[in-house]
Write a protein that binds this ligand. Structure first.
Ligand code: MG
Length: 409
């Protein structure tokens, strides 16, 4: 099973008089919200969003996205009820461990705990994997939009005067688009949720260095907040660090999926021959000798059937074992989804299911070794999610260097 451990810290900073950030620490739900609005409105917005999200969260991707939508409506409704709260809004970034079900070919299912990441606004979720940090979420801010469109250099974005203008936030419109990711976690992965009070003050390299140095998630969160305050503390700062402390793949791959899917598949081919013509029943009107030989024939036929059934079952089991898994591997420098096992089984060699168009160069360096070896996945869906993760990470690592020119608005 996948286990999590976590730590969190927050600080008002050196400039603001109150802390309008809200953190949610309610295993398996974690969130940060950065409220905005005059007077106490920001505090109310982030608290209403987090409370509503938690109260409505069901542990599935759709269930969690729906809870964010309800949080959006709750912030809007509250602002409509109280004129002093008009115009308030909040960001919301979520990390949740979802039990989920991974379908396995042959009708079985394996439990596949995975991490769901959701985002609206410019709070962030980072993934620290294999000592490499990538930003999973995209900031919904005017300045980051301009960077993504190639109209602003990342260096210019850092101290841009309009940096705090958000393009998406909870509490602005009746419906809100929610960005979502599903991540199959590895033991040792660290997810970091933070408000912009961290990311505006402390650069990614420094954040990664702290995460690499401090093993305890509470220590890491406190150190990151302390760094942000030391850098100026211009804004409220909130950090939640969530560590994956057990290997999710051990539950979802190999042994567990074999146990879960084995029996129905194994019993399939073994039962099938008996449903065929079968032996003729002995004729009760015949004499003793004849009956005995008939009985022998009956037993021989059963024996033959049993052998056929066992062999059929064995072939079925080998076929199932050889074909039930998918894996993602590099083929000619391209990330490709295969069906089968990386080294093949007996006469079954892996076959190409999908070529992704993603090149190994675009993949974060930390993931390349496992792709060269072949990263097993319990189902095609899981393999696709894994590729989607790679693509998301490729996107987030390349957006900051995109230089595509786009015409004027
Ligand atoms: Mg802020």
């Amino acid at each position: 099973m996948t286990g999590l451990r976590w730590g969190a810290a927050t600080d008002t900073g050196r400039v603001r008089s109150s802390n309008e950030d809200t953190a949610l620490i309610a295993h398996p739900l974690f969130a940060v919200a950065d409220g905005m609005g005059g007077h106490a409105a920001g505090e109310v917005a982030s608290a209403v969003a987090v409370d509503t999200f938690q109260a409505n969260a069901h542990l599935s991707l759709d269930g969690l996205v729906e809870a964010v939508r309800l949080a959006n409506q709750a912030v809007l409704e509250r602002a409509e009820q109280e004129p002093s709260l008009r115009g308030m809004g909040t960001t919301l970034s979520v990390v949740a461990l979802v039990p989920g079900h991974v379908e396995v070919e042959g009708g079985g299912a394996a439990s596949g705990p995975h991490i769901v990441v959701l985002n609206v606004g410019d709070s962030r979720v980072y993934l620290f994997h294999d000592r490499q940090m990538t930003q999973i979420t995209e900031d919904h801010s005017l300045v980051e939009d301009l960077v993504r469109e190639g109209r602003l250099a990342p260096e210019e974005a850092r101290d841009h005067p309009q940096k705090n203008i958000l393009t998406r936030v909870l509490g602005n419109e009746p419906d809100v688009e929610v960005d979502a990711w599903e991540v199959l976690p590895d033991r040792g992965d660290r997810f970091v949720l933070c408000t912009d009070g961290l990311s505006n003050e402390v650069d990614d390299e420094t954040i990664a260095a702290v995460l690499g140095r401090l093993d305890d998630p509470g220590d890491a969160a406190q150190e990151l907040v302390a760094r942000a305050v030391a850098q100026g503390g211009h804004d409220n700062v909130t950090v939640v660090v969530v560590d994956v402390v057990d290997d999710a793949q051990a539950g979802a791959r190999g042994p567990v999926s074999a146990t879960a899917a084995g029996p129905p598949t194994l019993s399939g081919p073994a039962v099938e021959p008996r449903a065929g013509p079968g032996p003729a029943p002995p004729n009760p009107s015949r004499g003793g000798e004849e009956r005995r030989s008939l009985r022998l024939t009956w037993r021989s036929a059963l024996f033959v059937l049993a052998v056929v059934a066992v062999l059929g079952g064995a072939v079925g089991a080998v076929t199932w074992f050889a074909r039930s898994t998918y894996f993602v591997a590099a083929d000619d420098g391209e990330v490709v989804v295969f069906q089968g096992r990386p080294d093949g089984v007996l006469w079954f060699q892996p076959t190409v299911v999908e070529r992704t168009g993603l090149t190994l160069d675009q993949v974060p360096p930390a993931r390349r070794a496992e792709l060269r070896a072949g990263k097993e996945q319990p189902s095609l869906d899981a393999a696709r999610r894994y590729v989607a993760n790679l693509e998301a990470q490729a996107t987030t690592t390349t957006t900051s260097t995109t230089t595509t020119s786009v015409g004027p608005p």
